[in-house]
Structure formats: C-alpha cells, structure tokens
Ligand binder design. Structure first.
Ligand SMILES: CC(O)(O)NCCCCNCCCN
Ligand SMILES: [Zn+2]
Length: 674
C-alpha cells in the first residue's frame, strides 16, 4: 500500500483581495492561506509532506463543470476597471472579483487536479490542497460565496474522465452548504455528495429550501445527495461524530467509493464567525481518520472556508498530521449529541432509509411537516427565552476561547511485535521480548495468577513480555503492539489485569472477536469495557461494561459486522475514550482478513493509537496484514457490501436501544420523551 501525503500550496493564490467595502466578503482574506501554510511549516508538518506544484486549470478542465459563457465572462475580469469589477460582481451573491482572481481561481482548481493526479497515479496515498478562492458554492454559470470555479466538482469529473473512477464520495464538512456541488451531481449516482451545514430552518445563508434533509438527489441520483441541516449553532464534537458513525460512514462503506474528495472547510470549527459552532480543531483529526480506510486510502482534501485564523490554522494542522498517519489525539468533551442534532440525524436517516440498506431499519420520520414545524416552534421559543434573559446588551458574539490541541508525539517505535521465534518480524515492526526491566513483583504476580506449573518458563516469558509491552505503550515509547500467544484468553487476562492495575491510570477497551473466555470480572468502576462479538446467543448483558454483540452468522457476515462496528462499537469506543485498546482475535474467528484490517484501522483513532492486538499463535498468516494496519497503512476496501442480515440488524438495533440510556453516542433520534 502506498504511503506519503501531498501538500499543494502556492503563494500566488494570496495575491487577490477585496478592493471595496462589502461586509459580506471582508472575512475572505489572503491571510487565511498564509497562516495555514505557515502553521504547517512551523509545526514541521510541511517538511513531512510531498510538495506538489500547482498548475492552472485549462479551459477544458473548467468546462467539465462550468458553461462557456460563464468562463468567457470571467476571462474578461483581469482587464476590468475597479468600477467594472464592482458592476460584474453585482450579478452574483456574496462574492467579489479582482484583476488577479481569475488567475488564482485557475490555480485553485488546478491545485485540486494536481492532487487528484498525485493520488490516482500512486505518487502519494493522500493529500491536501491549500487554495483560495474556495469552490463549493460556485455553479455552472455563476460565482457565489467567495467561490469562482468549483474546485472539488471539477476534480470529481476529472477523476472520472481521466482515471475511469467509478464512484466518488465528496464529504463537505464546511459549515455552509455547497449548493454548487449539489447541483452538479444531484442526478448522478456515481458521485455521492454529503454535506452538513448551518441552516436554522432556512434562515442561514444561502437560505435555500433545497439545502434541507429532504433533498436526496434526483432521477437516477436519488439517494446520492445527503444534506444534514444544523438548525442551531453551538454544535460540538459529539454532534459531528454522531453524524459520521450513524449516517456518513455506514453509507460510505455501502457506496464503496474509489476516491474520496473532501470539501475541507474549517468554518465548522469553534471560534469561526460564520459557523458559530463549538467543535474543537482536534475533531478534524478524527473526521479525517474515519475516512482514511475508504477507497484504499485515496483521499484528497481541498480547502474551502475557515475565517477564524487561529482555529483555521489549528484545524488544517490536525487534518494534515492525520493524513500523514500520526495517531489522533483523544477528542475533547464528548458528552453526547444535542437534541437538535438528533432531530436532524433522525430526519436525514429516515429520508434516506429507502435508498441505503444500512439505513433500512432507521426510525421513520414522525409525520414530517408536523415534526419540523414542532421543532421549529420549540426552538424559536427557546431562542426567545435566551435573548430575553440576555438582557438589553443583546447577543454580542463573545470571543470564543479553547485549548490549543495537544501536541501529538508519535513514538519512535510505531509497532512492536511479540512473536514465537519461527515467525518473521514484519517490515517496519520491531521485535519485542525484553522483560528484564520488568520489576520482579510483577513477575511473581504473573506466576501466581497465570502459571499452572511454575516452571512453564516460556509462558512466563511471553506474559512478562506482554506486561512490559503494556508499560512501554502506556509511556508512549511504543505506539502499538501485536502478539501471537498460545492462549489468547490468558494473555487477555494478563494484559487487562496489568493495564488496569492501580499504577497505570488506564481505561482499557477490550474488543474480542470470537467466542472465548474474556475477563468477565469487569468492574463496575469502568476501568475496563469489554465488547465481545460472537455468534453465541448473547447471555444476558452482565453490566454496563460488558457488552456481548451476537451476530447470527458471526463475523462471516461482513455487512452485519461492519454495521455493528460503525453504528455500535465506534460510538461506544469514542464515548468511553479509552487510554488503551486491546483487540483480541479469538481462535475461531472466521473473520475475513480485510474486515479485520478495517477494524484495526478504525480503532486506531482511539487512545492515541495505543493498541495491542492478541492473536492465537496458529494465525501466523494474519501477522502481516495486521501489522500493516497497525503501521498506519490503509486497509484494502471491502468492496460493494450486500445488505446486512435482517436478524443481525434486529439484534444490533435492540442492543443499541438497550444501551443508549448509558451511552449517549448510541442515540440516533431525540428521546421521544422530549
Ligand atoms: C467557502 C465558504 O463556504 O466558506 N463560503 C462562505 C460564503 C458565506 C457568504 N455569506 C457571508 C456573510 C458574512 N457574514
Ligand atoms: Zn463555508
């Protein structure tokens, strides 16, 4: 699998700006690009990327999306007087022209195409293009919202035409609706457009009726346009993650794209004057990470909006550092999605349930009109109260402050392996067997707890290697580990006991695939959370921290398993926020290799990538693929997924309903009880 991250930037794109007074456009300044690039340079991230030069998009490139008359009109702007430019601008909304903006718009679109070339030719795995003017609002024959040419829409058409890409996923996490992208592809089933955006029941710019959740696409494209309206501001990390886990990811895996394009706008981050949301910059590390195992890792992020220079720079760094494969930081304050977000999630899932088998079970919309009106009335009353009790000073947008994202230090040893002598150490991994620095107290404890006959030295040495490995991971000297052991149940017990023991302030998430004895002595204090996938009829769930997930045909039903991973395990894991993830492959796990790699890849978004994988020593052939996932290589794509088995969906849904009282990120609708 290819590695390497492209970074495309050229300071020429800073050489245009607003030349007259226009309050709507003053936030779109050249400094947006310079602070973003400067932050990447200062943090050392730029040097780790493959720098790719920009190029001008040709007329043919631009005509993939735009009309000839529009292109001809824009071509005239470099020769216009200031008055002509103002005049020309008046025909469009919330956008401005400048003698050099046509040149910059060709570079912005060209940068996106250079990025597509680098990824599709395998020069790099993924990449980011830092561009302005942005693109997602511009339409076939109109500029809009600071956008002149639709960079990402052109890139999607270009990828299909030049590389025969069959399916393109466009994820638009900018806080504005990219109506230009929606119009370009709404009847095209080969391009799935997903956008969330501030909407406030059509009160927020661009105030389009077609930005609501019921615009699902047209003709052959029905189902391939997904709009998530945010009807309130202040959305947080939990709201964004809920949408990814319960809507975008299940659909994206079912769509199985060959290429992922991101309209990477960062006005959805805290501090932005446009978005007025509260999600912190580190969330973009998780949004990026969660998309990186699609399309074999082929991901192109193209800058759109972002107007708070501080949060913009931080969010860009979080995104690029994740594209480079560095583990993500633990996301801040996950306290569950808000009611308004759940209402939106509920509406979108029910609007799309007829198009996507992963959503077939989604709760139906309570008669749509009443529900949106009811929500709207309720929210307006709430707004009323708020402004009243804010008193005469009215709602001044107080300056938001937030902690700088924590530095993400990747240990020198990315993945260590504990393997029997006969098994070769995979490339890029480090064989680990040292236990000499393990203090004798622990060794004696291992003896008394796990050794049947005291002189079973190789069991003792393998268990003490594991304990030592846990210590190194805990100290972030090693990021992740992989061990082939004779008895996975015993090894699991040993790791859990050691990791949860007093001197390591750990929360251990144990994910077991397959039947087998797991630490069922899970404590109520929450230091351990066990999720076990098996095909045995799940015995009654013992406590909040032991969750048996029963899949009728076991994990051999890839769709059912992925359904459980995306809609149940991931939200649970994010809410639990472990400091260590222990992934155990029980002996009889008939799990297909790629699903195992997808699972390993996805779970690395947690615990800063601190993950131990335990496998039965008979499963040598799994060592290589597992190691490549632990090293950060993208998992191969799963291919087109059939519908999950109805009985599996039913059992996962009933489990989710049972658990959501304890685990808020499992909710997909606002509680009926208001
Ligand atoms: C790329 C983008 O999505 O960030 N463009 C946003 C355009 C916003 C237009 N309205 C501005 C009103 C000022 N308060
Ligand atoms: Zn925006």
């Amino acid at each position: 699998m290819k590695m390497g991250t492209a970074l495309i930037y050229d300071e020429e794109m800073t050489k245009y700006k607003l030349l007259w007074v226009d309050p709507a456009c003053k936030i779109e300044v050249p400094e947006r690009l310079t602070v973003s690039h400067e932050a990447l340079v200062q943090s050392g991230l730029a040097d780790r990327c493959v720098s790719i030069p920009v190029r001008e998009a040709t007329d043919a490139d631009i005509l993939l999306v735009h009309s000839e008359e529009y292109l001809e009109a824009v071509k005239k702007t470099p020769y216009m007087t200031l008055e002509d430019l103002k005049e020309f601008t008046l025909q469009y909304g919330d956008v401005y022209f400048h003698p050099n903006i046509y040149h910059c718009a060709k570079l912005a679109a060209g940068a996106a195409l250079q990025l597509v070339d680098s990824v599709m030719t395998g020069k790099v795995r993924n990449g980011m293009a830092l561009v302005r003017p942005p693109g997602h609002h511009s339409m076939r024959s109109a500029a809009s919202g600071f956008c002149v040419f639709n960079n990402v829409a052109i890139a999607a058409r270009y990828a299909k035409q030049k590389y025969g890409v069959k399916r393109v996923l466009i994820v638009d996490w900018d806080i504005h609706h990219g109506q230009g992208v929606q119009y370009s592809f709404e009847d095209d089933p080969s391009v799935l457009y997903f956008s969330w955006h501030r909407y406030e029941h059509q009160k927020f710019w661009p105030q389009l009726r077609e930005s609501d959740f019921d615009s699902v696409g047209k003709n052959k494209g029905v189902g391939f346009n997904i709009n998530v309206p945010w009807n309130k501001v202040g959305m947080q990390n939990s709201d964004y993650l809920s949408i990814f886990c319960h809507l975008l990811l299940p659909v994206a895996y079912e769509f199985n794209p060959d290429l992922v394009l991101v309209c990477a706008g960062f006005d959805s981050a805290i501090g932005d004057p446009e978005g007025e949301m509260c999600a912190t910059p580190d969330i973009f590390a998780h949004l990026t990470h969660l998309l990186m195992n699609l399309a074999g890792g082929k991901l192109c992020a193209v800058l759109e909006g972002g107007y708070n220079l501080t949060s913009l720079a931080q969010s860009v760094c979080q995104t690029v550092q994740t594209l480079l494969g560095d583990p993500a930081p633990p996301p801040a304050n996950l306290d569950g999605p808000c009611k308004s977000a759940l209402d939106s999630l509920h509406c979108v899932r029910s609007a799309h349930r007829q198009y996507w088998s992963c959503l077939k079970h989604a709760a139906d919309l309570p008669t749509c009109e009443i529900s949106t009106k009811r929500i709207k009335v309720a929210e307006e009353e709430e707004e009323e109260e708020k402004t009243l009790d804010k008193g005469e000073e009215g709602n001044s947008i107080e300056e938001k402050v937030w902690p700088e994202p924590p530095k993400r230090v990747t240990p020198t040893i990315r993945t260590a392996v504990v393997l029997p002598d006969g098994v070769t150490c995979p490339d890029g991994c480090k064989r680990f067997s040292s236990s000499e620095d393990l203090d004798p107290l622990i060794i004696s404890k291992l003896k008394e707890n796990f050794l049947k006959d005291a002189d079973d030295s190789d069991t003792l040495s393998s268990l003490s290697s594991l304990a030592a490995l846990v210590e190194k991971v805990e100290k972030n000297e090693i990021c992740s580990g992989l061990a082939l052991v004779r008895d996975v149940s015993m090894a699991t017990m040993c790791v859990v006991q050691h990791a949860a023991s007093a001197h390591l302030r750990n929360r251990v998430l144990v994910v077991c695939v397959g039947d087998g004895k797991v630490p069922s002595h899970v404590t109520e204090d929450g230091k351990i959370l066990v999720v076990q996938f098996s095909n045995k009829d799940s015995e009654e769930q013992k406590c909040k921290y032991y969750i048996p997930v029963c899949l009728k045909k076991g994990y051999s039903d890839v769709s059912g398993f992925m359904h459980a991973v995306l809609g149940l395990l991931l939200p649970l894991a994010y809410e639990y926020d472990p400091t260590l993830v222990l992934l155990v492959r029980m002996s009889d796990a008939g799990l297909c290799e790629i699903v195992w790699q997808q699972l390993t890849g996805l779970l690395q978004g947690l615990a800063q990538g601190h993950m131990l994988v335990l496998m039965q020593d008979g499963e040598k052939e799994c060592v290589g693929p597992t190691a490549s996932s632990l090293l950060g290589y993208p998992a191969p794509s799963l291919g087109q997924l059939p519908a999950p088995l109805p009985e599996d969906v039913a059992s996962i849904e009933s489990l989710r309903h049972r658990l959501k009282a304890d685990w808020k990120l499992l909710q997909t609708t606002a509680q009926e009880t208001g």
